[in-house]
Design a protein around this ligand. Structure first.
Ligand code: ADP
Length: 463
């Protein structure tokens, strides 16, 4: 007797189908369930028939009656038919699972694409504290390899103990509906950054008749380093401004009080007091002008009026303005011959202000008998002009050089040499770099002098 094969639609045997299903990635539990369902009853029946057949040698003459043979044949056909049906169900189920798996994969890729389009670092961990999803930013910020992190315990993927503890605590304790916000600093060796870390539980609320369950944690890290720096700068600025304004104001107040109280008895002393009051009032007004100019540039509300400006003409004007001050200190103020004629496309008043601050400083921080030279040069290939203001002055200690352009920064040793606000160079930097896209730089040697330089783009039509 030839038993019917168990193939379905000619596509292969049950074992092949199941193997294919397994290969297609079906879950072990699903295959196990399918096997048990198929085999338990029908396979037992088939085993019984097979035993009967082996006893009878499967020859028609071995059976007592035709009815017995017919019954056996029917039984085998029924069992095989039932098996075939179950296999068909299994195959259908496999196809459905394949479709579901493909959909799930597509959804995962979609979620990944969304996560990767976000600048913030995102890590999703599951109910076992294993990494279920993460984006490129997270891999970069937390220094792990994205390809080898999925389905791995979070404490083997990440190295930051605080963050790992936060993730575990969020999954295990507290109110699951609340989001946690923590400020956390990551990294070191000059690479440190501050993050606003948001942690939220992922809740499974689809299960009916059961309270929502925590199935994981979403962790989002937003880099707030720059924001923090700006807010610190703002509070430093306010503290510095109030301090700097208070100094000349208290001086003016003190001298005014002495005058009112009649403490300056002779004309000469009164004149001295008036001069001090005038000097402090001028300093106050310079300070306020500088603060306003800097904050206007920083906030972007300054009106920039660009035009073709002849830089050499501007330098001449500034030197003319500064000449009396230099002469009073017996300082020689010279303009070095310029190799080419060119123009820049710039805001004339602003560049004039920057030049005045730089030449003014050169005169201020050079001892009598010294020399201040203003030179210009053109770099045709880079399409830039450079202006340098060199002096034979006191020079700047190397440790102070990197801070010179910061607001209110003054070299401690120079405070007794000249009065100042510590805002002049900061304003120059704002004007040259923020407004005009140039660059400022400085070189200096103590006791020999300093050179402050800036570059500006050449006006295109005059190039
Ligand atoms: P200030 O009003 O104090 O001059 P600036 O911002 O213009 O403020 O300059 C900051 C500091 O840089 C000064 O206090 C001074 O110590 C130093 N500095 C600036 N220019 C020179 C220079 N040409 N030579 C030496 N030191 C300088």
């Amino acid at each position: 007797m030839i038993l019917p094969t168990l193939g379905v639609g000619g596509s292969g045997t049950l074992a092949a189908e199941v193997a294919a299903a397994a290969a297609a990635g079906l879950g072990a539990a699903c295959i196990h369930r399918a096997f048990v369902g198929v085999w338990r009853d029908d396979a037992r029946a088939l085993a019984g028939y097979a035993e009967t057949l082996s006893r009878t040698d499967a020859r028609p003459g071995s059976f007592k009656s035709k009815t017995e043979l017919d019954e056996l044949t029917r039984g085998i056909e029924n069992a095989v038919g039932s098996l075939r049906k179950r296999v068909e169900q299994l195959v259908t189920q496999r196809r459905e699972l394949e479709v579901e798996a493909r959909l799930a994969e597509a959804e995962r890729r979609h979620a990944e694409a969304i996560l990767n389009s976000i600048n913030d670092a995102v890590v999703v961990t599951d109910a076992f504290n294993e990494v279920a999803l993460a984006n490129d930013a997270a891999a970069r910020v937390l220094s792990f390899d994205l390809r080898h992190s999925l389905r791995k315990p979070v404490d083997r993927v990440m190295h930051d103990a605080t963050l790992i503890k936060l993730i575990k605590d969020t999954r295990e304790g507290g109110d699951p509906t609340l989001r946690r916000h923590v400020e956390h600093r990551l990294g070191g060796n000059g690479q440190a950054a501050t993050f606003d870390v948001t942690l939220a539980c992922v809740m499974d609320d689809k299960r009916q008749d059961a309270a929502p369950e925590r199935v994981g944690v979403v962790t989002i890290l937003r880099d707030i380093t720059r924001e923090k720096e700006i807010s610190e700068m703002k509070s430093d600025f306010v503290a510095n401004v109030s301090h700097e304004l208070r100094t000349p104001l208290s001086s003016i107040k003190a001298y005014m009080e002495m005058l009112v109280d009649g403490e300056a008895q002779d004309e000469e002393t009164r004149l001295e007091f008036y001069n001090i009051i005038q000097g402090e009032a001028n300093r106050l007004s310079r300070l306020i002008d500088n603060i306003l100019n800097i904050s206007r540039i920083e906030s972007g509300v300054v009106k920039v009026q660009r035009e073709q400006v002849s830089l050499s003409a501007l330098v001449k004007d500034v030197l003319d303005v500064m000449q009396p001050q230099a002469r009073a200190k017996q300082i020689e103020l010279v303009e070095a011959p310029c190799p080419a004629v060119f123009q820049v496309f710039a805001d004339k008043d602003m560049i004039c202000q920057a030049l005045l601050n730089l030449v003014g400083n050169a005169v201020k921080y050079t001892l009598p008998g010294g020399k201040v030279t203003v030179a210009m040069d053109v770099d045709g290939s880079a399409r830039m002009v450079s202006v340098s203001i060199s002096d034979t002055g006191v020079g700047i200690p190397p440790a102070d050089v990197p801070h010179l352009f910061e607001k209110f920064y003054r070299v401690a040793d120079h405070k007794k040499l000249a009065k100042g606000t510590g805002l002049g160079l900061n304003l120059v930097k704002h004007i040259i770099e923020m407004v005009h896209g140039g660059k400022v730089s400085v070189t200096s040697e103590i006791g020999r002098g300093s050179t402050f330089s800036f570059t500006l783009p050449i006006a295109e039509s005059e190039a």
